[in-house]
Every structure is written in C-alpha cells, then in structure tokens.
Design a binder for this molecule. Structure first.
Ligand code: AHR
Length: 654
C-alpha cells in the first residue's frame, strides 16, 4: 500500500457520535427464478420435466420403442406418467432419455440419487438406469449404470445411488426397459447426494454456499416478475409450492415469455424449490425471509388494464397472504402451521415482513394494496408490509408511487433501479440529466418521516450495450452503497438483482453469481455486496470532508465514503471508494479515537476496467486483505493512505 506524502483528501470520522442504527436487514439478497436460477440452478434436481407436466409432455425427453403417456397417475396435480412396453423384438429397445438442463453435470467419485415412482402392472418388471455421454468416441456411451427391479403392482418410490466414475458437464440420463413386462414410471428424479446441508430435495451446494457466504440480512423471494405471471394463472402461487414435491403442479415460467432474442421454450417451474425451501434457506443463511405475493395484478409490462383481478375478485389473493403468514408463524394446530410442521419444521419461521406486489405502479396497484393492507394489519398488526414505487428510479410515476405509499403508510417501499454508469456516478451539482434522485447522494434528501426504503433490485448496467458484469460497474455500485449506508436511518434493506444466471440459459445480465452445470463464479459485484454485508456494523458514524458527506461532490475528486461502528466488536469500519482514474491520497481522521490501533483492510482493485471473474478464472478479482498503520494522536488517530484508481477499500479499525 503506497503512502503519499501529501494527502489531500481529509475525511473526518467522528468515532464518538453514534448515528442511526444500521438495520440487520441492511444488505440482503433477492432470489428470482430468472436465468434458470431455480430449476437447472440452485435447486439440485438434474432431470428436466421429471413428471411429464410441461405443455409438451415429452419436452426434455427423447422416447424410443413403445412408450405411452398416461394421465391417471398417483399424483392428482401432476397426473402424467409413462408406460414402457415390450418393444416386440429382442433386438429392439423401449426407453427414454433426459437431456437435463443444458446437460446433466456429474463429478467423478460423487454419488447421485436416482428416484422414481413406479409400478409393474404384472407385479414385477425391471429397468436399467444409465448416465451416458451420447457423443463419446469410446466403445460405450454409458459410464455408469444399475438395474432396478420394480417389485409391486402398486405405485411405490424406488431409489438407487449411482456413483459417477468421471466428470461430465453434459451427460444424459437413459432408462431402458430391461424385462418383457411393462413398467409405469412417474416423477423420475436425479439429485446429487452431496447437496447443501445434505438435504434430500436439496440445493446445489456451491450455489447455496455462495449465498451463505454473503452473510445476508434479508432474503427476498420468489421474484420479481414471476410473482405476477405473464397472465394471472401463471403467477407464482405459493400454495402450489409446498407439500410433497411429487404433487406440486408445474408452472410456466414468465421468463419464457419475455425476450424472443433469448428464448428458452423449456423454461418451467417445477416448484421443487418452493416456499418451505425458501424459508428454510433463509434460516440456513441467517437472513430474514421476505416473501413477495401477488396483489392480483398480472405483469403490467406485458398486459393492458383488463388482465388483472378486479377489485371485487381480490379475496383469494388476500387470503393467500394471510395463510402464508400462518404457514410461516402459526402454531402447529393452525391449518397452515400444521402443514409447515408436517413438512419438518414445527418451530415457526418468525416471518416479520411481507411484500405485496412486485414492481407495480399506478392506481391499479395503490387501490389494491390498500385493501390488502387493511386485511393484513387487522389480523397481523406486527407484520411489516413492503409496498413498491414501481420500475422507475425517479420521475412522475415514481413520485406518485411514493405519495401513495406514504398515504397508505406502507412500512417499506421497494425501489428498483437498473441504471447506467452516469446515473450511479452523478451528483446533484453534476447537472445530471437524471435529476436529484441519482447517485450516492440519493437518500441524503429523503423524507425521514415516511416509510423506509428497501432498495430491492438494483445494479449498474453499462451503457453502450456494455451490459455484462464488468469491474467498473461493480465499483460504481460500491460507491453508491456508501450513500445507502450513510442514510441507514431511512434505508433499511437493499439487494442487488438478479442473483443467479446459468451461462447457457440467461435472459438478463449482469447477475451476481454465474454458473454452468459444474462450476460457478462470484462476480466482482458479489464481492462488493459481501464486503458491505460482512461489515455492516451497528451504527452509522458521521464522515465528512470539509464538513460535507463524501459522495463525489464538487472537489471530492470521485471519492465516496461512509463509516459505521460495530458495537459487539468495538471496531470502526470505514469504506472508501475511489471512482477516479487516478490514485487518490486519503487521510482518515478518526476523531475521538485514542491510543494505539491497527487496521485490517480489504481492497478491490482492477486489472482492467472491463475485467471480471469468469468460470475459467473465478478468482481473478477478489478482495485482497491487508493491514495499514493507524497513527495515534491527541484528538484523533489517523490513517494516511493512497487508494488505487477505481478501487474500493474497507478499513476495520480495532
Ligand atoms: O430482476 C429482473 C426483473 O427486473 C424483475 O423480475 C423485476 O422485478 C424487474 O423488472
């Protein structure tokens, strides 16, 4: 770390003046099933369309020989299954193959749990289950196989464990009928045994661990636009996502219907990762759950005014909210609390927040929200209700949204902003065309008396089609976040969006975490979020330069900064971001701090403005730990430092 002889930027941190508490929910995560984030991503299932319930029942499957599709299976809400019949000649075959999600990823030495619901109409039958590489030049396509006897004419669940002798990113599952007797197969499933926390119906370990490693304070789910649906009947209905997975009805994913230039006809939701699993995950990663439910509006981007539930049709939607709160918090003797207990969690999930509507706008929304709020408040006065200001970060509709939220007394307002570099960098004095709402000074002028802010979806999207994860965007996010932190009295929650993307199946970028079937990497934006979340402290400390907050104001040379204290550890945490293209000398005056101290630092700096982590080079840019000297003084301890161009440095002072 180079020390400059002439530090020009003197920042005063008043270490004795504890400011607003930083809410434990301040830095969170937002999960939506976009970019194949759930099926094909976080959800560990490796078989696509495992219950033959897609609109084209064989999508994801290739069937051969004499296969019949039937729809009077054992699971009422997933009625389809297949019957494999004798092909009629000893050299012929009957069976089926599943392509997985862009292939099936398996790793050498790891075990995979194959399960199937089956019955043999004649009392016994047999199948052969294989993992294959169909395009290999080797003698055999299969690299692991096992026989499975079906021993009953009643529907039963069967299981075998396949241990993969090799690593394959794009394997397929093949099942042969290997006896003359027919067999009926339903809910054909393959999971890694080694899931997150070792759970069956579990989550992909590397992806779930990436969430845990953030130390998020809040976890918003399940979306996003999928809450609304392209049409109301494809909206996310949480009641369809609980109970035995075999009987959770498949839903068409709203992100199938969005961009025809990134089109995935096979994008469905199995709901294997449903609300119970989301609550469990929130608990596992230590975050407050924040479910978002439909307010009776189908996606407003995709529909005109008539596509929605009328005001006199809202009852079932409102009931869904009330029942969800009971599902999360209710006693095991309540109708919905009992269902939670039956799924394995008798203790309540302690739900404190509920989002009503995703990214809705205008009177259509405000009128509906009012009715929901009345009903929720009447039954659950302690639950905090999150409304939304819609998709704009400023402007008429945004203002109208905030006015409505103030009038309705929403507890929090969910703001969304996917904006470019200029917006993130702009300052009020900067004559920005975006107005006073842009940049890291955004929240300095917010009304302190109204609802609190949930910056629930945001990311810096590079302009000029420079819309992928790149270093510069991440640094601008870090800069912007100093403004959130400084204004922790009004900003209570934040979350970058979207969270996940499959490299073969994305619709939207940038994203926080990318993955393929075997590997994943954490973007630089991920590390920015992590640095904040792991160092959120408990109280804001005043930090100024020439008595003004540091948010790239005139004369501040592209610098941004915020400070917090952390009561449990007694540490002071300062975050400084240098968004200029040159190194900046910085002096941190830690006013009121006496005696000898040391500072641990974490630094994000670049190898190039477009640089990013990748699957092949996942740790190209990660926070680098270091230390720096803290010089004792009479009134203040000081740190003199030089921040590299375009860098983010965090100081933890003991
Ligand atoms: O995060 C992607 C989408 O952006 C969300 O689904 C929606 O809320 C917003 O428009």
């Amino acid at each position: 770390m180079g020390i400059s002889a002439q530090a020009q930027h003197v920042m005063d941190v008043n270490t004795k003046k504890l400011g607003a508490p930083v809410q434990p929910t301040m830095y969170g995560l937002f999960f939506e099933d976009i970019n194949f984030a759930a099926d094909g991503g976080l959800y560990g299932e490796l078989v696509k369309n495992r219950s033959f319930e897609f609109a084209q029942p064989y999508m994801g499957w290739r069937v051969f020989g004499r296969v019949e599709l039937k729809n009077d299976g054992p699971f009422e809400r997933c009625p389809h299954y297949v019957v494999l019949n004798d092909p009629g000649h000893r050299e012929r075959r009957t069976g089926l193959e599943n392509e997985g999600f862009f292939g099936i990823g398996v790793e050498k030495g790891k075990e995979y749990r194959f399960t199937v619901w089956a019955r043999a109409p004649k009392g016994s039958s047999q199948i052969r289950v294989q993992l294959i590489n169909p395009s290999t030049m080797e003698e055999r396509q299969e690299f692991v196989q096992q026989k499975l006897d079906i021993t009953s004419s009643d529907w039963k669940k069967y299981e075998i464990i396949l241990k993969s002798p090799r690593t394959e990113a794009k394997a397929q599952l093949r099942i042969f009928l290997s006896s003359p007797n027919s067999v009926c197969l339903e809910h054909i499933s393959l999971f890694p045994v080694d899931t997150y926390k070792g759970r069956e119906n579990g989550l992909r370990r590397d992806l779930a661990e990436a969430l845990e490693d953030v130390h998020p304070g809040v976890f918003r789910f399940p979306g996003g636009c999928i809450v609304e649906g392209t049409t109301l009947d494809t909206r996310y209905q949480w009641k369809n996502t609980i109970g035995p997975v075999e009987n959770r009805p498949t839903n068409r994913n709203r992100w199938e219907d969005t961009f025809d230039y990134r089109y995935f006809a096979d994008y469905y939701q199995s709901y294997g990762l449903g609300f119970y699993e989301f609550f469990l995950l929130s608990e596992d990663i230590g975050a407050e759950p924040l479910p978002v439910l439909s307010v009776g509006l189908a996606c407003q981007f995709q529909n005109g005014p008539d596509a929605h539930a009328a005001m006199n049709e809202l009852d079932p939607y409102i009931q869904d909210c009330l029942d969800l709160i009971e599902f999360a918090n209710g006693d095991v003797n309540t109708e919905w609390g009992k269902k939670r207990a039956e799924m394995g969690h008798p203790a309540p999930f302690n739900l404190k927040f509920i989002g009503v509507g995703n990214e809705q706008w205008d009177d259509l929304y405000y009128d509906r929200l009012e009715v929901f709020m009345k009903a929720i408040r009447a039954k659950y006065p302690n639950i905090k209700i999150v409304g939304t200001s819609g998709p704009d970060s400023e402007g008429k509709m945004f203002e109208k949204g905030w006015q409505a939220m103030r009038r309705l007394k929403a507890d929090l307002v969910d703001e969304h902003f996917y904006r470019n570099e200029d917006w993130f960098l702009a300052t009020p004095e900067g004559k920005s065309k975006y107005g006073p709402g842009c940049g890291a000074m955004r929240y300095d002028t917010y009304d302190r008396k109204g609802p609190k802010v949930f910056a629930g979806e945001y990311a810096c999207h590079g302009k000029n089609k420079h819309k992928w994860n790149h270093y510069e965007a991440s640094i601008l996010e870090a800069a912007f976040m100093t403004g959130m932190e400084r204004n922790a009295d009004v900003v209570y929650m934040t979350a970058y969006a979207p969270l996940f993307a499959h490299v073969d199946g994305w619709q939207w970028r940038p994203d926080l975490i990318w993955f393929d079937n075997l590997r994943s990497f954490r973007s630089v934006s991920y590390y920015v979020q992590q640095m904040y979340a792991q160092n959120c402290g408990t109280n804001v400390l005043p930090l100024t330069m020439d008595k003004r907050p540091v948010g790239n104001q005139d004369g501040q040379d592209g610098l941004y900064a915020s400070a917090v204290s952390d009561k449990p550890s007694g540490e002071i945490i300062v975050k400084v971001v240098n968004t200029s293209r040159s190194a900046q000398d910085v002096t941190l005056n830690l006013v009121g701090l006496k005696g000898d101290h040391t500072a641990q630092t974490l630094t994000l700096s670049h190898n190039g403005m477009d640089d990013e982590n990748t699957l092949d080079n996942p740790t190209r840019i990660t926070p680098r730990p270091g230390t720096c000297a803290v010089t004792a003084g009479k009134k203040a301890a000081t740190i003199e430092d030089q921040l590299p161009p375009m860098s983010f440095r965090l100081y933890r002072i003991k």
